[in-house]
Design a protein around this ligand. Structure first.
Ligand SMILES: [Zn+2]
Length: 107
C-alpha cells in the first residue's frame, strides 16, 4: 500500500497543519457509518452498490461518506466500465481503526 507523508520530516513538533490533519483523521473515524465503510474496505474492494447492500445503507449515504473519505485521501477508486470500485488508501488510518476496534473489544 502506497503511503503519503512518509517522505516528510518526522512530525517532531505539532505545527498547525499537523494538528489540523490529526484532528481531521479522528473526525473521519468519529462517525459510525464511516467506520463501517472503512472496516468493509479493509477486507475487500467494493462498488457503491456493494457497500450499500452489505451495510444496508442508502446509496446516497454511501456516496456522501465516500466523498468525505476521498477528500481526506483515505479511500481511492478505480473505474471499470461505468462502475467505480473503492478501496482504502492509507494504511496508517486503517491501523488506527483496527487498534480502536481491538480496544473496543478487549476486556
Ligand atoms: Zn485497549
Amino acid at each position: 500500500m502506497e503511503q503519503t507523508g512518509d517522505t516528510k520530516q518526522p512530525c517532531e513538533t505539532l505545527d498547525d497543519e499537523t494538528l489540523f490533519m490529526v484532528s481531521q483523521t479522528f473526525k473521519a473515524l468519529s462517525d459510525t457509518t464511516r467506520i463501517r465503510i472503512l472496516h468493509l474496505l479493509s477486507q475487500k474492494e467494493c462498488s457503491v452498490n456493494e457497500i450499500a447492500d452489505e451495510l444496508s445503507l442508502l446509496q446516497s449515504t454511501v456516496s456522501h461518506q465516500l466523498r468525505f473519505l476521498k477528500n481526506l485521501r483515505l479511500v481511492k477508486f478505480r473505474r471499470a466500465g461505468t462502475t467505480l470500485y473503492y478501496s482504502h488508501d492509507d494504511q496508517h488510518v486503517m491501523d488506527l481503526l483496527s487498534q480502536a476496534i481491538h480496544h473496543a473489544c478487549h476486556d
